[in-house]
Design a protein around this ligand. Sequence first.
Ligand code: ATP
Ligand code: DP6
Length: 435
Amino acid sequence: MADQSKRWILMTTAQTPTNIAVIKYWGKRDENLILPINDSISVTLDPEHLCTTTTVAVSPSFDRDRMWLNKKEISLSSDRYQRCLREIRSRANDFEDEKKGIKITKKDWENLHVHIDSYNNFPTAAGLASSAAGFACFVFSLARLMNVKEDLGKLSAIARQGSGSACRSLYGGFVKWNMGKNDDGSDSVAVQLADEKHWDDLVIIIAVVSSRQKETSSTTGMRETVETSKLIQHRAKDNRRLVSELHLIFLILILARVQSFRIIGCVEKWNSAEGSPQVCAILFSFDTSPQIDAGELTSINLSTKNGWRVFANAFVKTSAAAYTFDAGPNAVLIARNRKVAALLLQRLLFHFPPHPDTDLDSYVIGDKSILKDAGVKDINDVEALPPPPEIKGNIPAQKYTGDVSYFICTRPGRGPVLLGDESLALLSPETGLPK
Ligand SMILES: Nc1ncnc2c1ncn2[C@@H]1O[C@H](COP(=O)(O)OP(=O)(O)OP(=O)(O)O)[C@@H](O)[C@H]1O
Ligand SMILES: C[C@@](O)(CCOP(=O)(O)OP(=O)(O)O)CC(=O)O
């Protein structure tokens, strides 16, 4: 039995990455358990640049479960939080720390209340997958606090019930969410395809067009698509993924804005000048051997492992850059290596320069070494950028100052970690309240 006479507080802090899907999850076959109508694949983004940090605490002195998100108290009453809490509590195990005089049995966990404080170092509910990093961190930190022994795959099935895309944030690198077949969702879990070192010079540049809360959430958007779109039914059944991915991206782009289309235009112009296919979602090669002509792209079966390899190889060999969106206006641009990323950033800064009074340091954040590779040190270098060769001889180059709020340069990153350093905890060890 937990010793009620001692007002101890037991705490755990974890950090979890976000992820960007290259084959999107869009549509559910079960709204309560969050079971998808298709497999999806994502790249986990480096938590150094985008992540959620969550501290969870338990104490006999807490009189109810409470949660704070980005410094404001929020309600834990929604089904999604309740389901994750229930699933973790039911798997809790005995815990003892003799030095601190803490002893908690499996049964005690049911009556002990938790405090949860979470912080996203990037905009919340703006189409940058905050629910993915957020629910992955919620589940991972509670599981560690409550001494849950289940592996990451099992935890991914719990995080999935908070937000579908969260299951993929339990792993670093390149991750697949198997849609599964079982009605209880037990086989709808994430698996790691390759770790973050597999393609370590891949660069991802996020153009934040708007960090305001989205008008349509992914949950609502995908529900309406499933109810009204014949194409989505086709996507779920047809394994010729490339064609259906293209259809999907247009459905998702309905949530985009004019600025998003200008960014697409910039990338597409460059791809066309290079004679490259337009790639709006990509898959990754786990084997560099197959030599297949990119001309076959529209006819291959992309649901097979070989098909995925073919697509990735075509991207590596021929495409300048790829772009994708996560149900919002912010464009996610993908460059196959740092050299291509530097050329891409030059183009982006040429077409979408910051306001003259904006500090370049806050305009391009994350991995700033890409700026150095692009030969840009300050605002004068941005102003001196020549028009990209693909627009030479055409109508005068267009500049859209103010279209982009800022750019985040990042790369594939690791999965969740515990932060052992107590000074990083968001809750006070004395009061269990936000610091
Ligand atoms: N750190 C967090 N901890 C727990 N829950 C979070 C956290 N961050 C976000 N959430 C939950 O996720 C919701 C936002 O999810 P939503 O799907 O609307 O946006 P998004 O995930 O940022 O965008 P998208 O999924 O389209 O990329 C928040 O309202 C909150 O309930
Ligand atoms: C476009 C997407 O980012 C949609 C993500 O949707 P969510 O996982 O946020 O939706 P819910 O399961 O309803 O919480 C594609 C993806 O990440 O695969």
